[in-house]
Design a binder for this molecule. Structure first.
Ligand SMILES: *[C@@H]1O[C@H](CO)[C@@H](O)[C@H](O)[C@H]1NC(C)=O
Ligand SMILES: *[C@@H]1O[C@H](CO)[C@@H](O)[C@H](O)[C@H]1NC(C)=O
Ligand SMILES: *[C@@H]1O[C@H](CO)[C@@H](O)[C@H](O)[C@H]1NC(C)=O
Ligand SMILES: *[C@@H]1O[C@H](CO)[C@@H](O)[C@H](O)[C@H]1NC(C)=O
Length: 272
């Protein structure tokens, strides 16, 4: 009787043990849709085939190139420098155990999906060296464990979202060489307390970005030109104005003279 019970428990235990990688439907959907959004002309992604997505964490590690598993879930995707084109699927947010996402040095375009906010375990986000456009999603601040954000060398526009200042674990931030604009929020450019501070290197190469640790006003070099322009312009304008005034004055005095002359004449003429 007791033996049977032990055997029963043992069977359940071994069943659980023997099947440690019941594939997660979310990871499957995540990888399937991510691959569908990529364009991989030279097929650099090895083993990324539909049949492999069903069980991405087969055993301790993944057989999909660049994917690493932990407890049967994808926890790292490192797909750097693979000539990938296409876009980043919003379904990437279904890989909810992801801690590291590195898609750097490819030719990915389109926007950074705001759905990445659902990656609540994300610590490293490296999307540098692509052709990503649109704005930096403000909702990224919801990935509270983020400690690395590297977005340098893309075509991102708009301001740096002030909310990113809420990422207290952030130690590395690089948004250099994009098309970002506006003032750097003080919560990011001038962090308080003992949070690591970011220097100008993190923000350089964005023509219309300004504020500490960059120059306080945008385009200081250009504003000198603007001052010269304004000086020259106003000089020219005052020249025109004084010329006009002189002309009018001359005209008026001429008319006055004529009128006076006429008055003299009419004075001389007898009134009938
Ligand atoms: C592709 O899968 C095979 C077997 O499933 C494996 O031996 C190989 O290492 C995998 N290739 C890569 C690049 O991971
Ligand atoms: C991001 O990836 C690029 C290219 O692979 C690398 O040079 C850079 O150091 C990475 N960024 C961080 C913060 O590790
Ligand atoms: C940075 O913040 C400190 C206070 O936290 C403030 O005294 C200082 O003026 C700020 N610097 C700039 C350039 O805004
Ligand atoms: C900026 O900070 C980085 C580390 O975050 C450091 O390697 C670099 O030398 C610093 N640059 C300047 C100009 O201080």
């Amino acid at each position: 009787m007791k033996k049977h019970r032990y055997f029963f428990l043992f069977s359940i235990f071994s069943l659980l043990q023997l099947n440690p990688t019941i594939s997660d439907p979310n990871d499957e959907a995540c990888l399937t849709q991510l691959y569908a959004s990529f364009v991989d002309p030279t097929q650099t992604l090895k083993n990324w085939t539909t049949s492999n997505f069903a069980d991405p964490c087969n055993g301790f590690d993944s057989h999909l190139q660049g994917a690493t598993c932990n407890n049967g879930r994808i926890f790292r995707l490192s797909l750097s420098s693979l000539n990938l084109r296409g876009t980043i699927s919003p379904s990437l947010s279904k890989c909810t155990n992801l801690q590291t996402l590195d898609l750097s040095s490819n030719s990915l375009s389109g926007e950074i999906p705001s759905e990445l906010k659902d990656l609540s375990n994300l610590a490293v986000l490296n999307l540098s060296g692509n052709r990503l456009s649109g704005q930096i999603p403000p909702s990224l601040y919801l990935c509270a464990y983020l400690n690395v954000i590297d977005l340098h060398g893309n075509q991102l526009v708009g301001p740096i979202p002030q909310q990113l200042g809420l990422l207290v674990r952030l130690t590395t931030l690089d948004v250099s060489f994009n098309k970002l604009s506006g003032m750097i929020p003080a919560s990011i450019g001038n962090r308080s307390g003992n949070m690591p501070r970011f220097n100008a290197t993190s923000f350089q190469g964005n023509k219309d970005l300004y504020g500490y640790p960059l120059e306080p006003y945008k385009n200081k070099g250009l504003s000198v030109m603007a001052i010269v322009g304004i000086g020259l312009g106003s000089g020219f304008l005052s020249l025109i104005v004084s010329f006009t005034v002189v002309c009018i004055w001359l005209k008026v005095s001429e008319q006055k003279l004529a009128a006076a002359e006429e008055g003299k004449i009419s004075h001389l003429m007898p009134d009938y």
